[in-house]
Write a protein that binds this ligand. Structure first.
Ligand code: ADQ
Length: 408
């Protein structure tokens, strides 16, 4: 596969409306995740680790923080001109509109395909937490002589109506594809599950270009709703089963592949528990498949005292004495003052939690100051007057105005 020329379009324009208020000032791929990442870092790391390094990030909605992040963190090579992550804003060529859907977004940048003349074009979402060796999907695509390959995995049937649902034969050839069906068809082998598209596609270039032209003529703008169903009529579409993907260096306790849609506050919050513990379901540590992120050069965290249990700390964070912190993630340059109690919390960057405050099941977005003695996460009704409380009872303190830094 090293002879194949592949360019990647990473679709990073999602609004993430169900992730409010974390997406009030930034797009979903730009939302911080874990102790030092942004959501977009996972797909970008997958591409770079898979040696696919010509990457265009298509953005639209509130893209400033993503642009800043990519500028600071994603310079792949200052020397090799074909290796880059470049942010592409909407071109607005086809009339005065921004990207309307994923296919329209690629269509507006079809000149990039013409410029590079790749053999294959990867079109991937930017919204998920996972590791994937994309070379294995490319190999599958070539072995099947596919026109389009869609990465897919089984999801619980009850969740399936928010995905593209696939029926495929034993070889992976797609027989049917329905975007977000009201009544999803279960998998023949397991009626509790449906075979769901991950929103990651490999296209043979000619097929993509032709399909995009046709979509444009027909006024169609979306891959899942329009382009894929149309292609299915007379092309070879295959589903690549993500559960067969093998990551180098994977830990023995990870006996299944990990893929999480963190599209709601509750899913986002729960996914943070998957990176905690001695043997987390999703282990950030894998030197053979690193997740890259900001090259922040600040010092390590400082712990002056307190009792910490099962907690991740970002760089330059300071934990004062008398604190009790459990099952939490604290990002960089945050100060936890004396006698603070935190349990099941995600505390983002540049936050100060005042002396004696108590927080439970709380996400605190960047640039905040929690007042000394404040209590958050113990009374949903009271919290809802000041902050936002999710269906699952997670309180979110929206981005604050603590510092002079650009907020993002
Ligand atoms: P959704 O995620 O609901 O379903 P969509 O909202 O189109 O589809 O988002 C797909 C990706 O594109 C996301 O990464 C999003 O950030 C980005 N995006 C959306 N509109 C964009 C635009 N105009 N410009 C740039 N980026 C944009 C899709 C598929 C389903 C599949 C799920 C898996 O359509 O079939 O099951 O992903 O999560």
């Amino acid at each position: 596969m090293h002879n194949d020329r592949i360019i990647a379009f990473v679709m990073a324009g999602g609004q993430g409306s169900r992730l409010q208020p974390l997406t009030t000032g930034r797009s979903k791929p730009s939302v911080p995740f874990g102790a030092r990442y942004r959501i977009v870092d996972f797909v970008l790391s997958n591409f770079v680790n898979s040696q696919i390094q010509t990457i265009y990030l298509l953005v639209q909605y509130k893209s400033q923080s993503l642009i800043e992040h990519v500028r600071k963190a994603w310079t792949i090579s200052p020397l090799l001109q074909s290796q880059f992550v470049t942010v592409v804003p909407p071109q607005m060529m086809s009339g005065q509109h921004w990207f309307q859907g994923t296919a329209d977004a690629v269509n507006q940048n079809i000149n990039l395909i013409e410029e590079h003349r790749p053999d294959l074009v990867a079109v991937f979402g930017a919204d998920h937490i996972y590791r994937m060796d994309i070379r294995q999907m490319v190999q599958f695509h070539k072995d099947r002589k596919a026109d389009v390959t869609i990465a897919a995995l089984p999801v619980p049937l009850k969740d399936a109506s928010s995905f593209g649902v696939i029926a495929a034969d034993e070889d992976g050839r797609i027989q049917a594809f329905e975007e977000k069906p009201a009544n999803p068809t279960p998998m023949p082998a397991d009626p509790t599950q449906a075979f769901a598209s991950m929103g990651n596609y490999i296209f043979s270039t000619e097929v993509l270009v032709k399909a995009l032209m046709e979509a444009k003529e027909a006024g169609e703008t979306d891959f899942g709703q329009h382009v894929l169903p149309r292609l299915l009529r007379d092309h070879r579409l295959f589903a690549y089963d993500f559960s067969t993907n093998q990551i180098p260096g994977i830990q023995p306790y990870e006996d299944r592949v990990y893929w999480r849609d963190v599209g709601t506050i509750d899913a986002y919050f729960d996914a943070h528990h998957d990176v905690l513990g001695a043997e987390p379901p999703f282990d950030m540590f894998n030197p053979e498949w690193p997740v890259y992120s900001s090259g922040y050069q600040g010092p390590v965290a400082r712990i002056l005292g307190g009792h910490l249990e099962n907690t991740l700390l970002g760089a330059a964070t300071m934990i004062h004495s008398g604190t009790r912190i459990k099952n939490s993630i604290i990002r960089r340059e945050t100060v936890i003052e004396e006698d603070v109690v935190l349990e099941d919390c995600v505390i983002m960057d540049y936050v100060r939690i005042g002396r004696g405050a108590r927080l439970k099941r709380v996400i605190v977005d960047r640039h905040n100051h929690i007042e000394p003695g404040d209590e958050i996460g113990f009374d949903a009704e009271k919290d809802a007057q000041r902050f936002q409380v999710s269906e699952g009872g997670v309180t979110v303190v929206p981005q604050g105005r603590l510092s002079y830094f650009a907020r993002d």
